[in-house]
Design a protein around this ligand. Structure first.
Ligand code: G4P
Length: 527
């Protein structure tokens, strides 16, 4: 590759920001996403986000489940341009029945935006998603939403971030008033006041000031709110964390923004600051060392497989995160696990009904590849080499069912279905050593419904699922594993790679087992 080609790739990499929004349902993720897309004039997106949320995009039978329940099972990617940046938002399903896919999608993001409802604070699903991001050490930016409503004090929320999530925070802006009194934010980095006027706060007046003590603020926001702002910011200056970019990049400090997505208030400031601070696509670890985005050879890995997005074709789409080089339509690449060359002729970039054929793409971009059944989660593709990226983590399931097939004659189709759905990463399969029972583990209840439905619709197999009382799975590593130790409130099983896993009914049983087996390691993710 010539210097100028390398330079061209570098330019594209520098432009890109690939991130996911993590939040609990109802915090306003759909609303915020929509506002961000409006700023950008989305270039690849079918319908509005709301329409997608209302499941008007359901494209196949099993998605009826999604339609009936009004939730989004599918997660996809939205791309737009803003201020010279190309932005990829990875959509993560927001309902509580989210799946392992949601977690895995986070592995394809370079940073995360954590959205929090000012009244509700840190909620259950946010905690889980945060932990996955924190393990990867990616930068996390916080947007505290719904400031137009009465909520908790910003100080209490910052304390909650620290106590519940263990992350320090640094407010980038600070609200002037809250709820009905909210009139704007003070930007601590740029020393400016943004006042929101009009019924929908859409008229934004920006005023540069010397500091938060500037009497101009008093004129703009009134004496009472200015006094309050001064007190708050003095306290922050003395007792709060300083902005430290190194810590932000390591995920040790989260920059916090306040706003109200539905009123489009604070969203633009947030977006502009975020784009400045969020990392561009980073090098990734592989068996051959770090792979730089500007590496002349194209490479990427599959992090998600989506079945039957189009009922007319019983195909699957494999989502590939590009790690290095330039993707060009029709190029030949090595499917490393399969050990053969394949041609990428039908790549799609938007991944719902309207399939948009991609001509070229760069590191940080996500492309959808037509998959006639040749890909598995974690597969690496590379040009001219055998690069294998680090394996994607297997997340610990939390709900378990015993599965049996109703008609024994269908056993072959049943096995095929189980194998394929495992490859897609929608379910994890465990087997008990003694009775050869099959136990399925999932992260969200909906995955069982999808499993049952797809086994019938796609493989013609009626299955029976019987819920089991286990709630935790831990991969166990020990010199000698004694199944008799795991009989009460637990069971010893094997995963598909024959690793030993213990399923526990409750946390107490798990703690006791860990205490009683000091030589064993109990891992939350597969080794
Ligand atoms: P989600 O994707 O995170 O589940 O949340 P979504 O954006 O759907 O927002 C959940 C609800 O919160 C919606 O109200 C939405 O309008 C509201 N909301 C979002 N941002 C703000 C905000 O800044 N302030 C206030 N007050 N509300 C906000 P809904 O009544 O459930 O739906 P809709 O009828 O408004 O569509």
């Amino acid at each position: 590759m010539s210097k100028s080609q390398e330079h061209a790739i570098q330019k594209e990499v520098d432009k890109r920001r690939t991130f996911a929004i993590i939040s609990h349902p109802d915090a306003g993720k759909t609303t915020l996403t929509e506002k961000l897309l409006l700023f950008g004039g989305a270039i690849r997106l079918a319908g509005t986000v709301k329409a997608r949320k209302a499941s008007k995009h359901a494209t196949s039978d099993w998605m009826e489940i999604e339609k009936q329940r009004g939730i989004s099972v599918t997660s996809s990617v939205m791309q737009f341009d803003y201020n010279g940046h190309r932005i990829n938002i990875l959509d993560t399903p927001g309902h509580q029945d989210f799946s392992e896919d949601t977690y895995r999608t986070l592995t394809a993001a370079d940073s995360a935006v954590m959205l929090i409802d000012v009244a509700k604070g840190v909620e259950a699903q946010t905690i889980k998603l945060f932990q996955v991001c924190a393990k990867r050490g990616i930068p996390i930016f916080t947007f505290i939403n719904k400031l137009d409503r009465e909520g908790q004090s910003p100080f209490d929320l910052m304390e909650e971030l620290e106590n519940v999530l263990g992350i320090r925070s640094v407010p980038m802006n600070w609200p002037i008033g809250m709820g009905r009194e909210l009139c704007g934010v003070y930007d601590r980095m740029k020393n400016q006041v943004e006042l929101f006027q009009g019924d929908d706060h859409s008229n934004i007046q920006v005023q540069k000031v010397d500091s938060y003590e500037d009497p101009v603020i008093r004129e703009m926001a009134g004496e009472f709110l200015h006094e309050q702002l001064k007190q708050d910011l003095e306290l922050l200056d003395v007792a709060g964390d300083q902005f430290d970019y190194e810590k932000v990049l390591k995920g040790e400090l989260t920059p916090v923004f306040f706003g109200s997505a539905v009123n489009n208030f604070g969203v633009q400031t947030f977006l502009e600051n975020f784009l400045e601070l969020a990392p561009k696509p980073e090098p990734r670890r592989s068996t051959q060392g770090m792979v730089e985005p500007t590496n002349e050879k194209f490479s990427g890995y599959v992090f998600k497989i989506q079945a039957n997005m189009n009922p007319a074709h019983r195909d699957r789409v494999a989502f590939l995160r590009i790690v290095s080089g330039k993707f060009e339509r029709g190029m030949s690449v090595r499917h490393v696990r399969a050990g053969k060359e394949i041609k990428l002729s039908q790549p799609q970039q938007f991944l719902a009904q309207d399939r948009d054929i991609v001509q070229e793409a760069y590191p940080g971009d996500i492309i959808g590849l037509f998959d006639p059944g040749i890909f598995r989660i974690g597969d690496s593709l590379s040009q001219g080499g055998n690069i294998v990226f680090d394996e994607l983590p297997t997340f610990s399931p939390e709900i378990f069912s015993k599965v049996t097939v109703k008609n024994a004659l269908k056993h072959k189709q049943y096995q095929k279905g189980i194998d394929q759905l495992t490859e897609e990463g929608t379910i994890q399969v465990f087997r008990t050593a003694s009775f050869d029972e099959t136990i399925l583990g999932v992260v969200g209840q909906l995955q069982f419904e999808v499993f049952e439905h797809r086994m019938k619709a796609e493989y013609g197999v009626d299955v029976q699922l019987q819920r089991m009382p286990y709630q935790f799975a831990r991969w166990i590593i020990d010199e000698k594993i004694d199944p008799s130790k795991f009989r009460i409130n637990s069971v010893l099983v094997k995963d598909k790679k024959d690793n030993y896993v213990v399923l526990f009914e409750n946390e107490y049983a798990m703690r006791t087992a860990i205490d009683k087996n000091p030589t064993a390691q109990f891992l939350e993710m597969a080794p």
